[in-house]
Design a protein around this ligand. Structure first.
Ligand SMILES: Nc1ncnc2c1ncn2[C@@H]1O[C@H](COP(=O)(O)OP(=O)(O)OP(=O)(O)O)[C@@H](O)[C@H]1O
Length: 259
């Protein structure tokens, strides 16, 4: 199953993506987490040590190696495999931590120096052509906002999760995302309410966006901010936060099973 996580900047997309990835991996599933945000920080949300993730080279900058190991060359019809062999390489476009393989896409190459496919074309092909079994999971942490949806990079997902925090701007972004998702015919669009401090926050979000099934609520957890400062994965904070994300994961699986 292919899942994309989107929403306004700073709402908690990466926190959710990284934690879902760890939870799915803890169930024994193959998990590929893809950081499609040019300001990449999914690695730390997965819990990958800084000295490891600093050495990851974005896929967009390692096309030859990526082609050899994944089949990916950005051309129509090229295939990607979920678990590329990467451990024997000094240079890395993919690392593995606690059962999660992480790939970073990198930024758009604007130099024009022989680049045949932009990051977004490559990403679109990845979504389209990834060889994936039903029990395997690919989680795409998208850049903030709506631009990527205009390019159709999430066109081939089984579920699009919009993360919303209490606030009108975040809700406005969710509405724009819904319109664009309809344009590219994404059927399963779900909502997660994030940074919720009280019941009224969750009610405000559900009332403002009644057309989306609400997968669950993530409370505002001050320890997550501390974990971010200290470079610890949200997953490793445990406690009530993890119970909330586990419930979201289970609801997501139920919703996808209905389709
Ligand atoms: N439920 C929460 N409670 C408290 N803090 C949170 C929560 N979720 C995320 N945060 C904090 O908010 C900040 C932004 O979170 P995160 O990076 O997950 O958001 P994002 O939507 O991916 O951001 P960006 O758009 O910049 O990629 C981080 O410091 C994170 O620790």
């Amino acid at each position: 199953m292919k899942i994309a996580v989107t929403g306004k900047g700073g709402v908690g997309k990466t926190t959710l993506s990284g934690t879902l990835a760890r939870l799915f991996a803890a169930e024994g599933r193959h998990v590929l987490a893809v950081d499609a945000d040019p300001d990449a920080n999914l690695a730390s949300a997965v819990g990958i040590p800084e000295n490891v993730y600093q050495n990851i080279t974005p896929l967009a900058k390692m096309k030859d190696l990526a082609k050899e190991r994944t089949g990916a060359n950005g051309e129509p019809g090229s295939l990607f495999i979920l678990n590329p062999k990467v451990d024997d390489l000094p240079e890395r476009f993919c690392v593995e931590h606690q059962g999660v393989k992480l790939l970073t896409m990198g930024t758009v190459d604007k130099g024009g120096g022989g680049c045949v496919c932009s990051e977004h074309t490559l990403l679109k092909r990845l979504m389209q052509s990834l060889l994936i079994r039903q029990d395997d999971v690919m989680i795409l942490d998208m850049e903030a906002g709506v631009e990527h949806l205009g390019r159709g990079t999430a066109e081939f997902v089984d579920a699009l999760i919009i993360v919303v925090e209490p606030g009108r701007r975040s809700i406005q972004t969710a509405r724009q995302i819904r319109r664009l998702a309809q344009d590219i015919s994404i059927q399963n669009v779900f909502l997660v309410a994030s940074k919720v401090r009280e019941q009224a926050d969750a009610e405000f979000i559900a009332r403002s966006l009644p057309e989306f099934p609400l997968l669950g609520v993530i409370s505002y957890h001050a320890p997550l901010v501390e974990a971010d400062v200290e470079g610890r994965a949200p997953f490793d904070s445990g406690g009530g936060f993890l119970d909330e994300i586990r419930a979201i994961k289970n609801n997501l699986l139920l919703e996808i099973a209905k389709t």
